[in-house]
Write a protein that binds this ligand. Sequence first.
Ligand SMILES: *Cc1c(COP(=O)(O)O)cnc(C)c1O
Length: 392
Amino acid sequence: MIYGSERVKSLPPYLFSIFHQKKKKLEEQGIDVIDLGIGAPDLPTPSFIIERLIAEAKNGGNHKYSPYGGCQEFREAVASFYQKNYQVELDPDTEVLTLIGSKEGIAHLIQAVINPGDGVLLPDPGYPVYQSAVHLAHGQSLPFPLDETRGYVPAFEKISDADTKQAKLLILNYPNNPTGATVELETFTETVEFARNNQLCIAHDAAYDLVTFRGYESPSLLQVPGAKDIGVEFGSLSKSFNMTGWRIGYVVGNEDLIRALSIVKSNTDTSQFLAIQKAGVTALNSDFSSVSYNNEIYQKRMETVLPALQEIGMEAKKTKGTFFLWAKVPDGYTSQSFAEYVLDHAGVIVTPGTAFGQRGEGYIRISLSVPTERLNEAVERMKNIRKGGTVE
Ligand SMILES: *Cc1c(COP(=O)(O)O)cnc(C)c1O
């Protein structure tokens, strides 16, 4: 790369594009690759949402620029979702902002709040975007461990004084990608207390807020009294409504953080297509039966894959949220060597845990957002190679 800036040149390559290249190469060789590295739902967007998009796309009034902060109707729908789901009161004018997907919002928030050299406490393992966005914003990533023994809940007392001193922002993500861990409100209460004691602001990434099952309901950070004084929460329609390509999400919470973010955004983009925002309103105002339908599918898939993994010597815990399984690699392998072994011998892509940080070593992430037959086939192939055979 000749023209890339120092920041861009020193950025580690985005893992998922590396996998994409490898997969393409194998497929060109005629190998039927099953990709369990996918981070997006395989199921289609519910038709009632598509119908609203079609109607709104035909309305010429929606063809102009959206207001910078997103349209009123969408911001009100987000506020009423928070009221209904979490009993959290939000001012749609100052405490809600439309995003072109939550990824954009997370990256821009980091840009909006940190100065060069400021630290950002982020979960390890964690969604890789946090770390690269901190890098691009000239900040310093300060990973904190999520350990299996603690149920992947942050151990705040283990964060060093130097790190807390340098940090300005703390990022959290529950239901968690990649571990599938979920928390009760108590974890957020502790988070707010820790952040307040150390003058940190909080960004909670709730991309999987509705992707939950087995009777579990995910709490909101904003349900903690005082959370709104220091924190924001990111939401997305991508995972709950199978709308990854639509690029629609939101951020809610602290007015000042949202104002800073909206300044970066209004100088970068002009919000999302109005028709998409209005289709998003229909999704948020729905009865969520489409969400429950998806969740039941993920749960069923999890229940068939888990025992199969155990059979081949891979420990993984039953989850209550996300569509990921976080599995220990069999003895004698690293994350990377096991992922390669499975790809070379079974034609199955799994994500090495180290793609999410150092603490991911010893694990792989398996996505359940793959059609059930393909998932079963992948598991059969893995069983077969573990028993000594190979799959051509
Ligand atoms: C998928 C994902 C996102 C991004 O979602 P978009 O709204 O589509 O940008 C954010 N955080 C996590 C943890 C994710 O897995």
